[in-house]
Ligand binder design. Structure first.
Ligand code: NAP
Length: 346
């Protein structure tokens, strides 16, 4: 008897956003689900990774991947369980990660879908959407250590501090002997990174004067900016950078739902005056070195030196709300949507 489910719910992109997100952009459709062909797998979605980059993929602005097609399933990373396999590299019961999309099931060639088995490491599966993900710890690791080039005693500022990447950057910065100052948009996030993760200070950019707070918390200036946000926060940070400082340009979330790019930063001349090195990077630039990062991050996790937490929305139907929550909610930690129950772990 076939165990193949007969139908699949999928979120389809109906039209492109022209500013802040709203529900009318997406439609939840139920479609017949086909059986896998030779070489293909059928995967049940367990968790979706809800990331700022999905907002970029919804738009047609120049970016690092093709935009999501109008009429297509919303692209998204996630974790899944192989239900059926006609591919010798996968078997039913395997946990996989990759771009499984906003849907209950995905079926296709794992290479085309970018699906890969999760590395066998002594961590819970959700770690592969946070500390061991390209949308979390891998980005933090390569951005801080390769681009940031930290030296003990220096000062690191990290924006988006209570988010997936930022919360891990700050902890790695503390392990590297840095003074770490976070910038986040809510008091819960500031409290989390200072009281639970060991940051030296955190500035609430919604309630504080960021320039004045940076002057207070970074008395010796800033040597490394791990930039997740851009806009006025980047402007304020650049003004306080020390000569030969480094800016690891990871993300510009403040611009992702703007119709037209923000002008500036007005303090850009500081790149010249302070001889700063500003480098954009993608985590995937470092794919060949992921095993190195997996080993070090797994060690930190199992030794209790690196902490993470998830903010979990329940059910596929909540995915649009979850994406909106990144931009307007009081989120702390990694944002995921739980779509179905994972198998019991041994
Ligand atoms: N280069 C790469 O390879 C790479 C990989 C992953 C992520 N990224 C980028 O890194 C950044 C952080 O990603 P993440 O996965 O850590 O995201 P995340 O966990 O979703 O955190 C993003 C946080 O950004 C803050 N935010 C939202 N709108 C903002 C605005 N207008 N101004 C200032 N802050 C705002 C929010 O926190 P508050 O409520 O505290 O403001 C939000 O929780 C993003 O820009 C993302 O695109 C880059």
């Amino acid at each position: 008897m076939s165990t193949t489910p007969q139908t699949n719910r999928q979120y389809i992109l109906k039209s492109r956003p022209t500013g802040p997100l709203d529900h009318d952009l997406f439609e939840l459709r139920t479609q017949p689900l086909r059986e896998p062909e030779p070489g293909e797998v059928l995967v049940r979605t367990l968790y979706l990774s809800i990331d700022p980059t999905i907002r970029l993929w919804l738009s047609e602005r120049p970016q690092y991947m093709p935009p999501i097609q109008v009429g297509g399933v919303v692209r998204s990373g996630g974790l899944g369980l192989v239900v059926q396999s006609r591919n010798p590299s996968f078997k039913p019961g395997d946990l996989i990660g990759g771009l499984i999309g906003w849907q209950d099931y995905c079926v296709g060639d794992p290479n085309v879908l970018g699906l890969r088995p999760l590395p066998k490491l002594p961590v819970p599966p959700l770690a592969f959407l946070g500390p061991l993900a390209a949308t979390g710890g891998l980005t933090a690791y390569f951005g801080l250590f390769d681009i940031g080039q930290p030296r003990a005693g220096e000062t690191l500022v990290v924006s988006g501090a209570a988010g997936s990447v930022g919360s891990l950057v700050g902890q790695m910065g503390k392990m590297a002997g840095l003074r770490v100052v976070g910038i986040a948009g809510n008091d819960e996030g500031c409290h989390y990174v200072t009281h639970e993760l060991g940051f030296d200070a955190c500035i609430n950019y919604k309630t504080e004067d960021v320039k004045a707070a940076l002057a207070r918390h970074c008395p010796d200036g800033i040597d490394i900016d791990f930039e997740n946000v851009g806009g006025p926060i980047l402007e304020a940070v650049l003004e306080r950078m020390n000569p030969f400082g480094r800016v690891a340009l990871c993300g510009l979330i403040s611009q992702y739902d703007q119709e037209t790019p923000l002008p500036g930063p007005s303090s850009f001349p500081m790149v010249l005056m302070r001889r700063l090195k500003v480098q954009g990077f993608l985590c995937t630039d470092f794919t060949a070195r992921f095993p190195e990062a997996y080993a070090r991050i797994t060690h930190w996790l199992t030794a209790g030196k690196l902490k993470s937490k998830e903010h979990i929305f329940q059910g596929l139907e909540s995915a649009p709300d979850a994406l909106e929550f990144i931009f307007h909610g009081k989120k702390v930690g990694k944002l995921v949507v739980k779509v179905s129950d994972p198998p019991a772990m041994p």
